[in-house]
Ligand binder design. Structure first.
Ligand code: AMP
Ligand code: ZN
Length: 133
């Protein structure tokens, strides 16, 4: 565990949290500053700062777990949709540098913002980016 990582402490039970789910590798908690009712966070118990540090096996399991928790939230809270949000790096809005996946229940007509202004894919960008893969 990385010292002084708050999500390591929460994930491993050193700091109490509102836990919705726990297994050997993950803890799912309610976000303390929720974007909406039921906003939850999936935390791996083993520290990885972000997606790039996350082992592949953990990454695979995160999506399966997200599907399970999202279904429960949707049904239990009567949500009309769910956003999965996962920020990597300050530029992307990450504020806690221990990988986490947000599950944000959405309700018809809510004012939650998980949005951007669409730009235009230029031919030059398209060519350049396609060459990278
Ligand atoms: P991000 O901006 O993706 O790094 O998200 C960090 C999230 O962690 C925010 O939604 C915070 O509200 C949430 N958060 C920070 N500290 C805690 C905590 N102690 N318990 C639960 N949620 C937290
Ligand atoms: Zn950590």
């Amino acid at each position: 565990m990385e010292c002084n990582c708050i999500f390591c402490k929460i994930a491993n039970g050193e700091i109490p949290s509102a836990t919705l789910y726990e297994d050997e590798e993950f803890r799912v908690i309610l976000d303390l500053g929720p974007a909406s009712r039921g906003h939850a966070l999936i935390l791996p118990k083993k520290h990885a700062a972000n997606l790039f540090e996350l082992p592949d096996e953990t990454a695979e399991k995160v999506m399966v777990l997200a599907k399970k928790i999202a279904g429960r939230l949707k049904e239990g809270l009567g949500a009309d949709g769910i956003n999965l949000v996962q920020n990597n790096g300050e530029a992307a809005g990450q504020t806690v540098f221990h990988f986490h996946m947000h599950l944000i229940p959405r309700y018809d007509g809510d004012t939650v913002q998980v949005t951007w202004t669409p730009g235009t894919l230029t031919d030059a960008d398209k060519e350049e980016i396609l060459k990278l893969f």
